[in-house]
Design a protein around this ligand. Sequence first.
Ligand code: SAJ
Length: 419
Amino acid sequence: MDNPFYSGTVAVIGLGYIGLPTAVVLASRGVRVIGVDVNQVTVERVARGEIPFFEPDLQTSLSGAVALGNITTSLEVPVADAYIIAVPTPITPHEEPDMSHVFAAAASVAPQLRPGAVVVLESTSPPGTTEELARRLAAARPDLTFPGDTNDSPDVHVAHCPERVLPGRLMVEMVENNRVIGGLTPECAERAAELYRVFCRGEIQLSDATSAEMAKLAENSYRDINIAYANELSMICDKLGLDVWEIVKMANHHPRVNILQPGPGVGGHCIAVDPWFLVSAAPEEAVLIRTARMVNDGKPVHVVNQILKSARRFREPVIACLGLSYKANVDDTRESPAVEIVAALAEQEPTTRILVSDPMLSKLPAPLEGYENLSLVKTQDAVAAADIVALLVDHNQFRTLPRKLLDGKVIMDTRGIWR
Ligand code: SAJ
């Protein structure tokens, strides 16, 4: 209990998929947390103890933290002992990193800094971002010392601590995963590590900020490349009339082979985005990384073409699309290949009825609104009315669907769960 952060205040900037669980975990350990977001609805809902998105165990933990009085929310960045920046780092339409949210957060943190403060960037960022963040803070606060300004301990410590948690297992992995913490100086890394030791039971590896940024990008690019390999195999198998799931299962019996699962494409706000940061940082060198992105981005088009090929066998085909989220058992539809596939079908076949079902969603996501041939219905109704059933997400509810409902239908199982 000698950790200074137990008696301090931590501001978490960004109450999204990473910031909110981080704020909740800190608050449930007794730290006073102020969650900051630019979205007024989020700020109000979290203050009332309501989660803005589904994640197992998040609701219980948030309710507990609110009841303890350890978490409050604000639209403004307060004065705090530590600041964790967990804001989105998307890509532009030209696949360049868009760091505007990080630098806007830095601009709002700067006026509140006091000597002794720690600033941690959690958002996945291109190499060099944490250094740039510190430069901007220093420019805004010439009255304070920053890492590199002095041989003594600076007034403000700055570090990068990339998140590694898997949506669907956030609350478990937040506590149990090992973490990398890269400081602008070793002392910065150590100060930030102190903060994360409040809740992190995994090993904390200390490094420099740019190496920590690079390590995170290497992790997500590694996964993207491996999924691309599975997706490329699936397209080769489609061409050759082979069962890719059987092939992957056989190949994985080799002691040093572990091929991932093919799917309809790669979605989410991490794997489909982060590798582009490396492509942007080293365009000539990142050949494999760019190619993997293109293979995975090409997979939804392949699935659409397969569905349309089957649809031509019917005079007035009805297509059921099961699942819209980017992966199983989450309600997040960001960069979802399923959404892309359904939108392309609705667009390309305006007279074909498309019935969509996702037990995790109560309404169609924005990109699918306004199509007259598209409706969100119950799974069993969608399947019963359909000629073609396209399984796009491997939600548990779809795994347990009675198989006899599928009799006589053309099945396009992009996740291989009904084999
Ligand atoms: N997918 C496949 N086949 C597979 C595995 C995944 O098609 O065998 C697809 C999923 O359906 C989904 C996409 O890939 O569309 C990404 O899903 P995921 O479960 O692989 O990863 P995310 O995006 O939910 O979380 C990743 C994780 N990174 C790694 O596993 C290296 C997580 O640890 C990170 O914290 C997260 O990105 C992040 O925020 O960076």
